[in-house]
Design a protein around this ligand. Sequence first.
Ligand code: TMP
Length: 210
Amino acid sequence: MRRGRFLTLEGAEGAGKSTTLAHAATVLREAGLEVDVTREPGGTGRAEAIREILLERGDESMTDLAELLLMFAGRSLHLENRIRPALAAGRWVLCDRFTDATWAYQGGGRGLPETWIGQLESWTQDGLQPDLTLLLDLDPEVGLARIKGRGVPDRFETERLAFFHRVRETYLRRAHADPARFRVIDASATQESVRSEVSRHIKEFIQSID
Ligand code: TMP
């Protein structure tokens, strides 16, 4: 059986990731593919419990190292219990964020050493990388204005603007370094235009592997 493909969606807060994820899933299913839609942090029972720890603001301060290790702990559970089995069974996996987010948030945002992230990535993923990554790019000022008033902000959403500028720069740097995997989409455009770009990139990708 042919291995399924692993697609990821990345982007800043307020970039319209949820709407785009649903649209991407529809495009894939309309192409006749069986798709498992999932997310990180999270995606399995234990990994969702880790997500809660990561997002809650709580009283006890979170260390940057604990944050990094928890991201990869959740990822290990998600990969072994859900992503790899789905791909092996020929299903496609569409994941809302993956390790590019760790490079962007824990590397760029928090300033943790890239060597640590690279080491954890290779232990956890053993060479597995997304086949295609859609990056919704947006000026953080616009993104944060969009999410304002959407309820109680989580631990990441309370970060300062400079943090999100570093996140964005890291995402863009990674996208430029790996144009074969990344497609950068301007998330400041109209919803209609974002949707059509997403459709185009996904259809082109499907054709490229046929
Ligand atoms: P979400 O907004 O996509 O639900 O993700 C929750 C937060 O987790 C978001 O602010 C980004 C953050 N995050 C990281 O910091 N590192 C990671 O590796 C992942 C997957 C998410």
